[in-house]
Design a protein around this ligand. Structure first.
Ligand code: AQP
Length: 345
């Protein structure tokens, strides 16, 4: 059971990234370790170049993200942690996979539609091809499970289609089932807090590139800032206030989900525990307390790790070597099946 996931080194990572993805990387790491298989995690610096960005900052943001992943519990002894740009097999596979990717499918991607609308100067071809690069990331490692937040469902479905189409086109056998040259992976989504919403605009997901600073809980926010942002979180005007989830209660539902995820309870248990609350203030205070407690050890560990960039580079170099050793034979199989380069002996 091989696990794979990637995260962008853009901006400041937020609670949505943690509850929707990072904490499940650690679970995936432990499951793969117990099963004697690999868990592979990537800081996707090449993906970060698909929108306007500052090249002077990219490397620093990569170090931030690596330090955060280590602080959250990724252990290079138990999993492979590498930087996307260090593994050239992946962009090569991206190009090869474009042969079985439909232009129309890429055009339908929500993320492409949203992010291309935000670009002021250039909608890059890289932004359009983003999902193919993401497919290559995962498929290069023949991963089985991909822990991601709910916003990545469409990309995961496309990745599965690309793998199936590749096998059907290039793995065809005489009359039999196509060979599984590429493994068809499955997305693994959290049961609670799969989509953490913005505190100020709870109908929109918490996000790095859109949304407000006030609506976003950053993983490195001070406890006082977390309390303040949660105190000001948008709820609703139901009178008397009722702490329950519902389609008409986006803000309250989001707080219940965050509190449930932060305290490892179900949303139903959280609702029941707040039956006698005086109002939304109690829900906000309980959520702030839980989030501060959840993030404290990560923040402490991050502060210890982030300063030593040489150690981070050294860890990434080890990860890149292991990642390349796994990706190389897969890309060689793909080239062979596609008739690219010399025949393999
Ligand atoms: N709001 C969210 N709730 C749950 N999971 C989320 N993820 C992102 N937002 C939420 C998950 O975090 C992982 C890493 O995502 P990314 O590499 O896209 O990192 P990001 O750029 O920081 O994520 P954003 O905020 O979603 O960025 P923009 O604004 O650029 O779109 C993924 O598994 C993702 O599902």
């Amino acid at each position: 059971m091989r696990v794979y996931s990637g995260i962008q080194p853009t901006g400041r990572k937020h609670l949505g990234n943690y509850l929707g993805a990072i904490r499940h990387y650690v679970t995936g790491q432990e499951q793969a370790w117990a099963a004697g298989d690999e868990a592979i995690f990537c800081v996707v610096d090449l993906h970060a170049t698909t929108v306007a960005y500052d090249p002077r900052e990219l490397r620093d943001r990569t170090y931030d993200t690596v330090a955060l992943l280590l602080a959250a519990g990724l252990d290079p002894e138990r999993s492979i942690l590498y930087r996307q740009g260090d593994v050239p097999e992946v962009p090569e596979l991206t190009w090869l996979l474009t042969a079985v990717t439909a232009h129309g499918d890429l055009n339908r991607m929500h993320q492409f539609k949203e992010k291309s609308a935000q670009q002021r100067e250039l909608v890059s071809a890289g932004l359009f091809l983003y999902p193919v690069l993401m497919a290559a990331d995962v498929l290069a490692f023949r991963a089985d499970r991909v822990p991601v937040g709910d916003d990545q469902r469409q990309h995961i479905e496309l990745m599965r289609d690309i793998a199936l189409r590749f096998n059907a086109r290039f793995g065809a056998t005489d009359g039999g089932e196509p060979r599984e040259i590429l493994r068809v992976p499955e997305g693994v989504y959290p049961t609670v807090a799969a989509r953490v919403m913005d505190l100020q605009q709870p109908e929109k997901k918490m996000s790095t590139s859109s949304g407000s600073v006030e609506g976003t809980l950053y993983l490195l926010d001070e406890p006082k800032t977390i309390e303040k942002k949660l105190k000001r979180a948008v709820t609703d005007s139901e009178n008397p206030p009722v702490i329950r989830r519902g389609p008409d209660k986006a803000g309250v539902s989001n707080l219940i989900d965050v509190l449930a995820a932060a305290t490892d309870r179900t949303p139903d248990a959280v609702e029941a525990s707040l039956q006698d609350a005086r109002g939304y203030g109690d829900l906000k205070a309980a959520t702030a307390e839980a989030v501060v407690a959840l993030l404290r050890p990560i923040q402490e560990r991050y502060a210890e790790l982030r300063g030593d960039e040489a150690a981070i580079e050294a860890a990434l170099a080890v990860g890149a070597e292991k990642a390349r050793a796994l990706a190389r034979p897969v890309v060689a199989d793909v080239r062979e099946a596609m008739g690219v380069g010399p025949r393999r002996r």
